[in-house]
Design a protein around this ligand. Structure first.
Ligand SMILES: NC(=O)c1ccc[n+]([C@@H]2O[C@H](COP(=O)([O-])OP(=O)(O)OC[C@H]3O[C@@H](n4cnc5c(N)ncnc54)[C@H](OP(=O)(O)O)[C@@H]3O)[C@@H](O)[C@H]2O)c1
Length: 222
């Protein structure tokens, strides 16, 4: 039977590149985007509409998976936003939207997906090294940084709860040329290069609970 994976935010950027790579590695991919589409065409790719800022949308996505009786080998929480990246004054609207998607929605969805995972499955949370409290020297991107620190804490809680059976990793994908913010046009990695590094790591027998820099190939300080 084909291995199955969920990738949130599979319409573009890193999530799309991961979907493409995992399809070529024989996975059945269940991907999401807000409008339920992406530009890849593959009979092993199933796309769903999911807006992580809306609880109703999270429940609807979960119900669609449940009616199909699916069990997943890999869940990749990749969808994320960074509307205050590169800005220096915290604003109410970006704090709310960033925390709604990167933290609240991601946690609510994960809690619904955990019972749908193989007992030895892998859960990858795509975070950022900008979420590292230990290494933070910047004064920018308050909402984004805080959202990724919060996601890191959720990863730690999940590891405490399920780390003896699931393999859980918190991953920095590198600085990647995506549309997350206009400045990323100058980034070092293409989405495909980032996806290859994430995938190479994910296929290893990694230690559950690890916080991993996929660009540099080393652990990050929390
Ligand atoms: N790029 C980098 O250098 C970098 C560095 C560190 C960490 N990351 C992390 O990597 C992950 C992927 O980022 P990316 O750079 O590939 O960004 P991206 O190109 O902007 O892609 C973001 C994905 O998230 C989806 N998305 C946006 N808003 C959403 C919402 N409200 N609900 C559900 N899905 C939503 C988008 O789909 P639609 O817009 O089609 O709905 C898209 O598929 C993020 O978690 C990001 O924080 C990126």
């Amino acid at each position: 039977m084909k291995k199955k994976a969920i990738i949130t935010g599979a319409s573009k950027g890193i999530g799309r590149a991961l979907a493409e790579l995992m399809l070529t590695n024989g996975f059945e991919i269940h991907g999401t985007s807000r409008n339920g589409s992406n530009s890849l065409s593959d009979e092993q790719l199933f796309m769903y509409a999911l807006d992580l800022s809306k609880e109703e949308s999270i429940r609807s996505f979960h119900n669609q998976l449940r009616t199909r009786n699916l069990i997943f080998d890999i869940v990749i929480n990749n969808a994320g936003i960074g509307p205050d990246l590169g800005t220096f004054e915290p604003k109410a609207n970006t704090l709310r939207s960033t925390l709604a998607v990167n933290v609240e929605g991601t946690i609510l969805l994960t809690e619904l997906l955990l019972p749908m995972m193989e007992s030895t499955g892998k859960l990858l949370n795509i975070s950022s090294k900008m979420g590292s409290i230990a290494s933070c020297v910047g004064t920018d991107s308050t909402a984004y940084r805080i959202s990724k620190s919060a996601l890191n804490m959720y990863s730690r809680i999940l590891t405490n709860k399920y780390g003896d059976r699931l393999q859980i990793a918190t991953i920095h994908p590198g600085w990647v040329r995506t549309e997350i913010t206009p400045d990323n046009i100058h980034a070092r990695l293409s989405p495909e290069e980032s996806a290859r590094r994430i995938w190479a790591f994910a296929m290893e027998d990694f230690q559950s609970g690890i916080y991993w820099d996929a660009e540099r190939g080393e652990e990050l300080p929390w």
